[in-house]
Write a new protein. Structure first.
Length: 95
């Protein structure tokens, strides 16, 4: 569910225009601290508001050297399960 939330663009789902993070748009922005902080905040807010089962969310953006690739690492715990879950999303620029 978290992977689907993060990879959904804002306005993509019918009748739920606020769900999403526009993560793919960030791949085309400059690789700097401002972009990564903004992206982390958007992902954190989306998970916090639309996935109440997740807790202790930690997000880390790892840029690539060639600036055509982004790796997003999300670590979280599910309620009533103490073991953390680690998700890594790899985003590449196509154009």
């Amino acid at each position: 569910a978290i992977k689907n939330l993060v990879l959904t663009n804002i306005g993509e789902r019918f009748y739920q225009p606020l769900i999403g993070t526009d993560v793919y748009r960030s791949v085309f922005e400059p690789n700097d601290l401002t972009t990564f902080t903004s992206l982390e905040n958007r992902i954190d807010a989306t998970i916090k508001y639309f996935e109440p089962r997740a807790s202790n969310v930690m997000i880390k953006i790892i840029p690539s050297q060639d600036q055509h690739y982004l790796m997003i690492n999300i670590i979280f715990s599910v309620i009533n399960n103490p073991n953390p879950i680690d998700i890594t999303l790899n985003l590449k620029r196509v154009r």
